[in-house]
Design a protein around this ligand. Structure first.
Ligand code: SF4
Length: 254
């Protein structure tokens, strides 16, 4: 790993032992002023080449990261968990983006059938136990799908909520290295990227859904509300599962 990446006037050497050793603090320092697509390129082409997957919900802002990834490698593994409770519009949007961006390695993962039979035979666990439902329909399928990879790419943004406020480009979790190329971007920067590249919008955005998860747990958001206010509305829940960062339990995005 001896390549160099140019970031404006700054040349970043990728031969540092700290880089190859996945020290996230060092990585965050080195790449602090790097653009999202260059962070993604470094992660995909150098740091974790062949050992990284992109996690996508094919939600409201997913097109941005998928569009960037497709410019780097159209065969990058894209992990998409179909919980069995998604909006049909999300499935159609997945297919549309795959066609338009030329993505050839979208892996649609479903929950374990036996587990569903045992824990959620009537498909209504979400009514009484959202954490339990997310665990069998999202967290376990993700854990299984991501097990072969040392790193995963996430579309999380710092502005989305307090839990994400301290995240950097690189993050060590109990499972892997998480790469968050869009972490610094504001809603305006995201919107500008969509316009500049004329990216297709998720059809539910125009109907008042700025954040889109499973149909039973997502509602439209009113003017002035947090963009994720429609997720698990009325419940004390903002993310879909629990993982550990620096030994502390944190919820993972969904
Ligand atoms: S978001 Fe709702 S329906 Fe989807 S897995 Fe979680 S609790 Fe179940």
């Amino acid at each position: 790993m001896h390549a160099e990446k140019t970031n404006g006037d700054t040349k970043v050497s990728l031969s540092s032992p700290d880089v190859t050793g996945h020290d996230v603090e060092t990585l965050n320092e080195i790449y602090s002023s790097t653009s999202p697509i260059d962070v993604l390129r470094v992660a995909v082409d150098d740091l974790y080449k062949g050992q990284i997957a992109l996690v996508s919900s094919f939600g409201a802002e997913s097109a941005i990261l998928l569009h960037m990834a497709a410019q780097i490698d159209t065969h990058i593994p894209v992990i998409f968990v179909d919980t069995g409770k998604l909006f049909p519009e999300t499935i159609a949007y997945r297919d549309k983006l795959a066609r338009q961006f030329g993505l050839t390695n979208i892996q649609t993962i479903q929950p374990d059938e036996n587990l569903l039979q045992n824990k959620d035979p009537n498909g209504n666990l979400w009514e009484t136990d959202t954490d339990g439902c997310c665990h069998i329909r999202k967290v376990l399928p993700f854990d299984k799908a991501l097990a072969p990879y040392v790193a995963e790419i996430s579309g999380r943004k710092r502005f989305q909520n307090d839990i994400r406020a301290n995240l950097g480009f690189f993050e060590q979790t109990d499972r892997s290295i998480k790469v968050n190329p869009l972490i610094n971007w504001s809603p305006t920067e995201l919107a500008d990227y969509v316009i500049k590249h004329d990216l297709p919008r998720h059809p539910l955005v125009a109907k008042g859904y700025p954040s889109i998860g499973c149909a039973p747990c997502t509602s439209p958001v009113a003017e002035g509300e947090d963009t994720r206010a429609g997720r698990w509305r009325g419940a004390d829940k903002t993310e879909c599962g629990i993982h550990f960062v620096d030994g502390k339990p944190v919820r993972m995005g969904g």
